[in-house]
Design a protein around this ligand. Structure first.
Ligand code: TYD
Ligand code: MG
Length: 455
């Protein structure tokens, strides 16, 4: 009988060690090593020769079977890079309750129209619960099969028997392989289950979608263990208190660049938002002090968002800064530049910055819009309603060029903005925009002179 051997696996980074240690030598996390049984793979060197793999000329390789299947949900398709690739393994990650199950149930139902049989496996909800949700989503199809099961071997048997074109596993953290002794959701289970499903996907040409919960540390099932196994990694993000959800592709073996799809959670599930900028600006109060429009880029897609700032005299000794949707340290930096380079007395002001719609902006191209919003609120002077703002701010108060300017300008023009404030250092050839006046400025001070309506 084969002797069972155990090793210690770091639940954080997946590195292994023959003995227990208090601290993982690879990632430096404390108390993350957990004993795991190693499958003894007794394989003689000869057996490799049996499974013949053979180098092939690139020109001889056919791309048959890799044709994408168009999905009647353009926002989802675009994030996948233009459709679902047969035999691909896609991970959909996100916080609990963000709408992963809802999205995949909707996608499954739509796929039955195009592909035929779809199997939705849930380890979290009963068939009745899924049925109730499906009723709410007005899903009515004969080709959607539901299964509540967490034993992966049984699931694979069902897949081989039913031969669906697409499978959803909700979630990868609840399924387990009974060969492994560790509990479901542990690093080794998640990794082995995903590899097993990858074999099934590639072998049978089935597209498999895995749902993965983002754990406390902000990564899926003990960080990064899945990302290299799957072909595509999508994250569904958004603010729980807002209806907007962003589906972002983080890795895509079948697509060009990172892309985003925008959805809105309603009583009928997730609805595509085809013109997100319009939606984000819908409740804007023109000519209110402290409000500016930034043109940011989400993946490759330009988005117009409203940035609001409020500067009010602090009632306690220490002024507060609160950032919602922008980086806190970035806000501190911008406040410092505003005080030092423009001469605004912000040291006795509480400053609040908010990005409307629950969006999170990471790129520095929104700097100028944030700084202008703060100055506008501080001076109680509104910003021209037809002005969009783009630009990164340097520590000397200078403006720095941002990428993909023409794309941003076109989006602003499309939404009826008449002027756009941009850093002057732009390279001439980059600008190609109709119907919008480009106002180039060099410094933050100059920018504020243009942006704030003089009384
Ligand atoms: P769910 O898909 O269960 O989240 P996840 O699988 O990511 O954990 O979505 C849960 C939330 O979505 C829940 O709080 C209710 C909300 N919801 C709606 O607002 N409208 C709907 O039509 C549905 C189905 C859910
Ligand atoms: Mg769920």
């Amino acid at each position: 009988m084969a002797k069972t051997r155990t090793q210690f696996v770091c639940q954080q980074c997946g590195s292994t060690s023959p003995k227990w240690m208090g601290r993982c030598p690879d990632c430096g996390e404390w108390n993350t090593l957990v004993e795991t049984i190693v499958e003894s793979k007794a394989r003689s060197p000869l057996s490799y020769a049996v499974q013949r793999s053979k180098p092939q000329r690139l020109s001889e390789v056919t791309s048959d079977g890799l044709e994408r299947v168009q999905l009647p949900m353009p926002e989802f398709s675009r994030v996948l890079g233009g459709g679902i690739v047969p035999g691909s393994l896609v991970l959909v990650g996100g916080d609990p309750g963000i709408g992963k199950s809802t999205l995949l149930l909707q996608v499954s139902a739509l796929m039955t129209e195009v592909l035929g049989k779809v199997l939705y496996v849930s380890g979290e909800e009963s068939v009745q619960q899924i049925k109730m949700r499906a009723q709410r989503l007005a899903i009515n199809t004969d080709q959607l099969y539901l299964l509540t099961e967490i034993n992966l071997n049984i699931i694979v048997e069902h897949i081989q028997e039913l031969v669906p074109k697409m499978v959803v596993i909700d979630s990868i953290q609840t399924v387990y392989l009974d060969e492994l002794k560790s509990t479901a959701g542990s690093i080794s289970q998640v990794r082995e289950c995903a590899s097993r499903l990858r074999q099934v996907a590639k072998g049978e040409g089935i597209s498999i979608f895995l749902v993965g919960h983002v754990t406390k540390a902000g990564a899926i099932a003990g960080p990064k263990v899945l990302e290299h196994i799957v072909d595509t990694v999508l994250y569904l993000e958004g603010d729980r208190f807002h209806a907007y959800r962003l589906l972002r592709s983080v890795k895509n073996r079948f697509g060009a660049t990172s892309d985003v799809g925008v959805f809105e959670m309603g009583s009928q599930g997730l609805i595509e938002v085809t013109n997100p900028s319009e939606a984000f600006l819908a409740e804007r109060l023109p000519n209110a002090a402290g409000s500016t429009i930034a043109v940011t880029l989400e993946g490759t897609r330009p988005l117009l968002v409203e940035i609001q700032a409020l500067a009010s005299t602090t009632s306690f000794g220490l002024p507060r800064r609160t950032a919602n949707g922008v980086d806190f340290n970035r806000l501190l930096l911008l406040a410092a530049v505003l005080s030092k380079r423009v001469g605004l007395r912000l040291s006795d002001q509480d400053i609040f910055v908010n990005v409307v719609g629950g969006l999170k902006i990471n790129e520095p191209a929104a700097d100028l819009a944030v700084a202008t919003a703060i100055a506008s609120s501080f001076k109680n002077t509104p910003v021209a309603a037809d002005l969009a703002i783009v630009g990164e701010i340097g520590l000397s108060g200078e403006l720095r060029a941002v990428g993909q300017l023409s794309k941003r300008l076109n989006e602003a023009a499309k939404l009826g903005f008449k002027r756009c404030l941009v850093p002057k250092s732009f390279r001439r050839q980059e600008i190609a925009s109709d119907g919008i006046e480009v106002v180039g400025v060099r410094t933050l001070r100059e920018a504020l002179q243009v942006a704030l309506i003089s009384k």
